[in-house]
Design a protein around this ligand. Structure first.
Ligand code: NAP
Length: 282
């Protein structure tokens, strides 16, 4: 049986949908805090079990009979997030899970300016120490987050961001979900670490060109980090400012510049590109 944590989230739900095309509903377990959120999947025959990352015992129970587990990283931060992940990894061991998949980030390191990548580094280490067979998907940034980053640049003609010439191998969350479902239901992924993203990488100038397609010309203006942080601080709490500013710094340093053929191989086609994504948005 295959179980998925975070099954009520965007990535989890999309992975469930793709899994249903690959295997029977009886062999899928969705792990959620609130089973009501997945009532439509329960109707399709998927087993829905209640568990909370903060409660290890809930996972020991809900992982009974599960061979393969996809741990979708928690939305918490720092020590709380790593403790939550540790609960799931230890429960998986106790419950007899054989293979754990985990959604990480590119170039995780204790020195990452993008602080979620520090948590991913620590979680990857826990997974390797656990002795479980593992497959780590180092998911690059979602294309899906770009409309929020771009804001009204298509109207103003100016895209302000502090990423220098840094490039990112963005990919669509839905493509990552399809690749996860394909890997969860196929062989050959034991103890592998995959860079999951586009086969190329795009700069913020490329991004500006992509949103210029609608007929307007958008210029990318590389601004100082301090200006970006000051702007974010007008709208967001300090913890969120740190994450977004850290992400921009990571992009500038090349931490997200990880083009790889792996996602395309897992999909059997090219993933959706930056340009095609904005074309479909219109
Ligand atoms: N690569 C990127 O660009 C990017 C961007 C954003 C996030 N991420 C990471 O990727 C993960 C998946 O992305 P997503 O878009 O699917 O995020 P999402 O839609 O926010 O889903 C997060 C999932 O985590 C579950 N969750 C949160 N706290 C939990 C807890 N204590 N116990 C059990 N479940 C808990 C949520 O359950 P509820 O429905 O009960 O809240 C939800 O199902 C995120 O959690 C984050 O770590 C990556």
């Amino acid at each position: 049986m295959i179980a998925i944590t975070g099954a009520s989230g965007h990535l989890g739900k999309a992975t469930l949908e793709f899994l249903l095309r690959k295997t029977t509903p009886e062999s899928i377990v969705a792990l959620v805090r609130d089973p009501q959120k997945l009532a439509d999947f329960a109707d399709k025959g998927i087993s829905i079990r209640q568990s909370d990352y903060a409660d290890k015992a809930s996972f020991v129970t809900s992982l009974a009979g599960v061979d393969t587990l996809l741990l979708i990283s928690s939305a918490a931060l720092g020590d709380e997030r790593v403790t939550q992940h540790s609960n799931v990894i230890n429960a998986a061991k106790e419950a007899g899970v054989k293979h754990i998949f985990y959604t990480s980030a590119p170039n995780p390191s204790l020195e990452s300016s993008f602080t979620p990548a520090v948590d991913h580094f620590r979680t990857e280490a826990l997974i390797k120490e656990s002795g479980l067979t593992y497959t780590i998907f180092r998911n690059n940034l979602y294309l899906d987050v770009l409309p929020m980053v771009v804001g009204d640049a298509a109207k103003t003609g100016k895209l302000y961001f502090p990423a220098g010439d840094g490039k990112t191998s963005f990919a669509l969350r839905r493509d990552m979900a399809e690749a996860l479902a394909n890997a969860l239901t196929s062989e050959g992924h034991d103890n592998q670490i995959y860079d999951i993203g586009a086969t190329t990488a795009w700069s913020f100038s490329d991004l500006a060109n992509s949103i210029s397609l609608a007929g307007t010309t958008v210029d990318y203006i590389d601004i100082p980090s301090s200006d970006y942080e000051a702007e974010l601080a007008k709208h967001l709490p300090p913890v969120a400012v740190k994450i977004y500013a850290g992400m921009a710094e990571g992009i500038k340093k090349g931490d997200f510049d990880t083009p790889s053929p792996t996602l395309a191989k897992l999909l059997g086609r090219e993933p959706v590109s930056l340009q095609d994504y904005f074309k479909t948005l219109g």
